[in-house]
Design a protein around this ligand. Structure first.
Ligand code: SAM
Length: 281
């Protein structure tokens, strides 16, 4: 099985801001949140022995390794991600039924049609600007009756305010000198709500079986850890629009705003996850 990488879609997040340090930090920091939501998604999808699973946007491969345990020696798991440095970390996981390749959700042309029983996207869908195009590709690589599971960041609840953690970071970026460098439109996350998710899945040839928004909490030990988490999970896009020499000051400015959210337990980020599961028609 092979997948190829392709030039990013215009308006997409950049793949050029990642670093070995961010990849290593993501491997550590994702264990307390993304890995937990991913394991629950895998359980909800009832991934079982012998299945062929494609983990799209696998990052450093923690979840793919977990799924390799679920499918056992008769199954196989392929993790793909456009970031070579994350795939490098993932490839240190050496299970016989597990493989990783650099690859992009927008270009699965090198993967066999109907070659998988399950497709998983954990904390990835909100990074895809062209969701209809990507979903058609996911449907192509899944066999009829195969399942897709998506756990993603939803938009703010209708009329709801931005999360205090994101609000604090945005306030720091709205001040000089950072305000001279607005983030290009469309270059960060693009979220969909439950209704939009359902419509997208149906249009791409899926039958939704479960779509729900779940609470998902995360605790950051310090304000600096909260900034680092956002930087690592956005593969550097949090500050990628700033000149490199301004980034240390931007991290400090964000941490200063986030300090107001500290509790004795740390910064408790009460988030939400949109979870969608569907069957390929
Ligand atoms: C927050 S990380 C999630 C990683 C992993 N799925 C996990 O559960 O820890 C988001 C991942 O989405 C990947 N990603 C972003 N755009 C993508 C695309 N067009 N195709 C595939 N993966 C993409 C990033 O490279 C990054 O590794």
């Amino acid at each position: 099985m092979t997948a190829t990488s392709k030039a990013p879609t215009a308006g997409a997040p950049s793949m050029a801001h990642d670093s070995g340090e961010l990849a290593a930090d993501y491997e550590k920091l994702s264990a307390s949140r993304q890995f937990e939501t991913g394991k629950r998604l895998a359980a909800d999808l009832a991934i079982g022995a012998g299945e062929r699973v494609l983990d799209i946007g696998c990052g450093t491969g923690l979840l793919a390794e977990h799924i390799a345990g679920l499918v056992g020696p008769d199954g196989r798991v392929l993790g793909i991600d456009p970031l070579p440095l994350r795939i490098e970390v993932a490839q240190a996981r050496t299970l016989a039924n597990l493989a990783f390749e650099v690859g992009d959700a927008n270009d699965l042309g090198a993967l066999p049609e109907a070659g998988f029983d399950v497709v998983v996207l954990n904390a990835v869908f909100h990074w895809l600007p062209d969701k209809p195009r990507a979903l058609v590709q996911f449907a192509r690589v899944l066999r009829r009756g195969g399942r897709i599971g998506i756990s993603t960041r939803p938009p703010n609840a209708a009329g709801g305010a931005r999360h205090p953690v994101y609000e604090a970071m945005a306030r720091a970026m709205a001040e000089p000198p950072f305000d001279r460098y607005p983030r290009p439109r469309g270059s960060f996350v693009s979220q969909v709500d439950a209704g939009e998710m359902r419509a997208l899945l149906v249009a791409a040839g899926f039958m939704p079986t479960r779509i729900e928004v779940r609470p998902s909490a995360q605790v950051h030990a310090t304000p600096e850890a909260a900034v680092r988490f956002s930087e690592a999970s956005s593969f550097g896009n949090l500050l990628g629009h700033l000149p490199p020499e301004l980034r240390p000051a931007a991290r400090a400015a964000m941490a200063a705003k986030l300090a107001a959210l500290m509790t004795p337990e740390g910064i408790v980020q009460q988030g939400r996850r949109l979870v969608a599961m569907a069957v390929r028609r």
